[in-house]
Design a protein around this ligand. Sequence first.
Ligand code: COI
Length: 353
Amino acid sequence: MKVTLVKERKQKPDFSNLGFGKYFTDHMLVMEYDDSKGGWQEPEIIPFDDFKISPACCSLHYGQGIFEGLKAYKNDKGEITMFRPRDNFIRMNKSAERLCMAKVDIDVVLKALSELVELEKDWIPTLPGTSLYIRPFMFGSEAFLGVHPSKKFLFSIILSPVGSYYAHGLEPTALIVEDVYTRASIGGTGEAKCMGNYACSLLAGEEAKKKGFDQVLWLDGETKQYVTEVGSMNMFFVIDGVVCTAELDGSILRGITRDSAIQVLKKNGYKVEERKISIAEVVAAYKNGKLDEAFGTGTAAVISPVGTIQYKNETLTINNGKMGKITEWLYDQITGIQTQRLPDPFGWVYHVE
Ligand code: COI
């Protein structure tokens, strides 16, 4: 792989105060796809820099763009690992299919990513709750104005040392159930990790923030009766001791942390149900004292406790607004496996060599 190094490395930020997605490493990966040149070209590592794109670049107009999020860690022996990276590229290829984009060769991008992470290993923070966030993304790069799939794509990976996704860290989040706007519906792009899903969530998110909430809990697009996800996280409820999450119906992101949480819980004897969960059921469980805990899962969010849920005029305060026992245990398990503090019986940890 061709590697062009920066002349001088940037000064690293304060790793004890990173926030999320504010700093970027010295290098990035780029790989171009061009139908007329036989498809994907060789990946390249280059200095982190702006792209030069045409004002007629189709994805600026029609949003043909997808992305992923995963993390790398460094243990006290200096060994570098990534968490389930192959699953991210499998999902990226599914998103590519939905958006009429070129699929990547997973072995090629995984090898190139490993080289990039190895090159940037001094950027991997090691304090508890920190990691190197990896953002693979791809967009249609052909210049045209008609509405049709691009014949050129740019695939890239950038890296960002991060702390907690939420400014308040592991403090429970406050959600408001969105019953006006819709994030996704059956047959739409909800399951794909595509730009448009996030753009479409912004207005509801801004209105929620103005009212003092952190995030929006989305309902299904058809009936607005069933809880789906939070946009930046999949959503779990512990109802009467049973861990429940919305079933994957094509409108909900196939979260890799969601899947990891389900597998860890089941392996440890917890009852987990993937099914339709109506907001009426959540409210009824709360009123009957059976809504034990609520939490979200995501690469960026990891396992995030939910303290309150506002639905219409009602505020559900869960576990007295504190992180629940199962949530805390799951956070420790997932981050333990990710950082090699705990054994990995699932084979999820990928060693960068
Ligand atoms: C992730 O969890 O990696 C995501 O892509 C969610 C995004 C809102 C940061």
